[in-house]
Ligand binder design. Structure first.
Ligand code: IMP
Length: 218
């Protein structure tokens, strides 16, 4: 019997991260069946938690009785007053005439987002390029949030990319504790340090205590 957790994301980078974090616990993760054909949830919350709850609640309605996890995550840069924050996935969206980035039609390309981040930080010395990845994970069943978990990872935004693994801002995110960017780590290594790995660990602790989180599947 294998323990399996359903994840509400089609982002291959996130799925790889979750699989990397779960592996150490002998748990399998899988995308919700048919996820790509479900209507997209508009991520218009002002916080990571609001968006994670909104996604988990909406998608859990498509998997009755199952625990469904959704995460909202992003990069907060101190020198940019916390930007890109909840807008991380669409940071490179062009000027939308007073619209907020979450109102962009689609996420923007990782390379374009990284290029914008480098432009915004031009002339800011390395010592002031501190920031953190944040991940809030929400577990919901039948449209109701059961619990949320927050994980963070503190780092420095480099002025040029390093490494080819991972996704999003990973090549620019230097993690001083190990002297590497997140893009220089395997999925399992990244899970040991990352915001998503830490939030996932908290979730697993909750599962052990509440016994209502993980569904056993043959
Ligand atoms: P969302 O959680 O789907 O709204 O998207 C979060 C966005 O934040 C991603 O598209 C990435 O740009 C960025 N992000 C979140 N977590 C990570 C990570 O682990 N590595 C790199 N970028 C990340």
């Amino acid at each position: 019997m294998t323990k399996k957790i359903l994840i509400a994301t089609s982002n291959p980078g996130k799925l790889r991260d979750f699989a990397g974090a779960a592996k150490a616990y002998g748990i399998e993760t899988a995308c919700i069946p048919g996820f790509s054909s479900l209507p997209a949830v508009v991520e218009d919350g002002l916080t990571f938690e609001a968006n994670a709850r909104k996604k988990a609640e909406a998608y859990s309605r498509y998997a009755p009785g199952e625990i469904v996890l959704a995460d909202d995550s992003g990069l907060e840069v101190d020198a940019l007053a916390g930007a890109p924050g909840v807008h991380s996935a669409r940071y490179a969206a062009p000027d939308l005439h007073n619209k907020e980035p979450h109102e962009a039609d689609a996420n923007t390309d990782d390379d374009a987002n990284n290029a914008r981040l480098l432009r915004e930080l031009k002339n800011i010395p390395l010592s002031k390029r501190t920031g953190r990845f944040v991940c809030v994970l929400a577990a919901a069943r039948d449209g109701k949030t059961l619990a949320t978990f927050r994980g963070t990872a503190e780092g420095i935004i480099l002025d040029a990319p390093r490494g080819v693994n991972g996704f999003g801002y990973d090549p620019l995110f230097y993690f001083p504790q190990i002297g590497k960017t997140f893009a220089e780590l395997s999925a399992e290594e990244k899970a040991g340090y990352s915001h998503r790995g830490k939030a996932f660990e908290k979730l697993l602790g909750w599962c052990e205590n509440s016994q209502e989180c993980v569904t056993d599947q043959r």
